[in-house]
Design a protein around this ligand. Structure first.
Ligand code: GLU
Length: 328
């Protein structure tokens, strides 16, 4: 039987990080070449052929348009290549949720696309990178892995892009899913899917844009005033995502300033600075009167990505933006 061929796109992160010591505290993310990781993976006896393509060697805090464009182009080509069964992206964990959602919104869902990272550098005692990569290979080569769009595999769990977020700074089980938890459990030898593919046969939901407009996240804090809203408008933001208190709240003067922005055709989305939970329309804040959009289950980082994609695709009216958040 021929082994599935998996394209591995390397971008850096802690999974490609080296501390120079098994017990040291500091390290540099992205220092190791993808080829070194694939050499180590080759010794694991995985039932797949891994084909490497380096995209970047960065910490994912520096992930942006250039890397995303290269990733999207490489994934799209691989989606159309019958010789490739699945795609793995090695990625820093800090912004894995953003890259995962951006690609999930803009790629067809036929082949599995799996982001894997690590919480501990490659040479640290108890390093989790190779295991996450082996688990990613299991997911990317599984016949049931298709139709689920982009996934993040960390800590023996598989998360869908729409659900996933980084919830801890340092533990190896740092990722959580909301509103769904993991969609599968995985080890290098076994996968248990918890449901059928949720995007079976789905084409890309949105076109890959020419660029992404400037959208900022504004975190609400007690005692703040409206000046930060004015500052964001002053630098040309086309959209503002409020990381609000509780269910997307902010002081009255801030909401008034955001409502004025919405009247001036700036898209305003209310999300929450709280770790988890829905932000629904018209509960405490009158979204209808203010012209706001409620982010529902998306946290601020992913709400920003969705809003950027919508604006880039010409969807900017509150009803259209709300429908996209509702239908995610
Ligand atoms: N800040 C780095 C990054 O996101 C390291 C964190 C990690 O990969 O776990 O790439």
């Amino acid at each position: 039987m021929t082994r599935p061929r998996i394209l591995v796109l390397g971008t850096g992160g802690t999974i490609a990080g080296s501390a120079g010591s098994a017990t040291g505290g500091g390290y540099r993310a992205g220092g190791l070449a993808l080829s070194a990781m694939l050499d180590a993976a080759a010794k694991l006896g995985l039932e797949a052929e891994l084909v490497g393509e380096p995209i970047a060697q960065i910490g994912s805090q520096d992930m942006g348009w250039d890397q995303w464009s290269a990733l999207h182009a490489a994934c799209l080509a691989a989606c159309g290549d019958p010789a490739i069964s699945g795609i793995i992206i090695t990625h820093g964990t800090d912004t894995a949720e953003e890259t995962a959602l951006l690609l999930d919104l803009t790629l067809p869902a036929g082949k599995p696309v799996v982001l894997v990272g690590a919480m501990r550098p490659a040479d640290a005692v108890g390093s989790d990178g190779l295991r996450n990569l082996a688990n990613g290979v299991a997911v990317a080569s599984d016949p049931q892995g298709g139709g689920r769009g982009v996934m993040v595999v960390m800590g023996d769990a598989v998360f869908a892009a729409v659900d996933v977020r980084k919830a801890a700074t340092a533990n190896i089980d740092a990722f959580r899913g909301f509103p769904r938890g993991p969609i599968a459990r995985v080890t290098p030898s076994q996968i248990t899917w918890f449901g059928p593919p949720h995007r079976a046969d789905a084409p890309a939901a949105y076109a890959w844009p020419q660029s992404l407009p400037r959208v900022a996240i504004l975190t609400a804090g007690a005692g703040m005033d409206e000046k930060p809203v004015e500052a964001l408008l002053g630098i040309g933001c086309k959209g503002i995502v409020l990381a609000g208190m509780g269910q997307g709240n902010a002081p009255g003067c801030v909401l008034d300033a955001l409502a004025a922005a919405a009247k001036a055709d700036i898209a305003v989305v209310r999300s929450s600075r709280v770790d988890e939970g829905m932000v629904e329309r018209n509960v405490e804040v009158d979204d209808d009167a203010h012209g706001f959009v409620a982010a529902r289950a998306l946290g601020p980082a992913k709400a920003r990505i969705l809003l950027q994609v919508l604006l880039a695709n010409g969807i900017s009216d509150p009803a259209g933006v709300q429908a996209a958040f509702d239908n995610l």
